[in-house]
Ligand binder design. Sequence first.
Ligand SMILES: [Zn+2]
Length: 82
Amino acid sequence: MSQAPAFDGFEGSYLGDKSNLRPDSRLECKICWWVYDPATGDEVWQIPPGTAFADLPAHWRCPQCDCPPEQFLLLDSATRKA
Ligand SMILES: [Zn+2]
């Protein structure tokens, strides 16, 4: 049982799989490049600092372009050396 995923998606995209996210993971909107940083939270949606991306409410959208969180790209380089 080791089937590869049928669709790899964009490099860096987490594709809605929250198991790929860490509490301090930052993610970037692929439409407008707005970055969600858990250390900052989100003023627009009144998300308090320290809220992980995976813990954002289900109705959360990019505060700049209104795209859904599935469209965000995982920014991993800040916390892990390639
Ligand atoms: Zn956006």
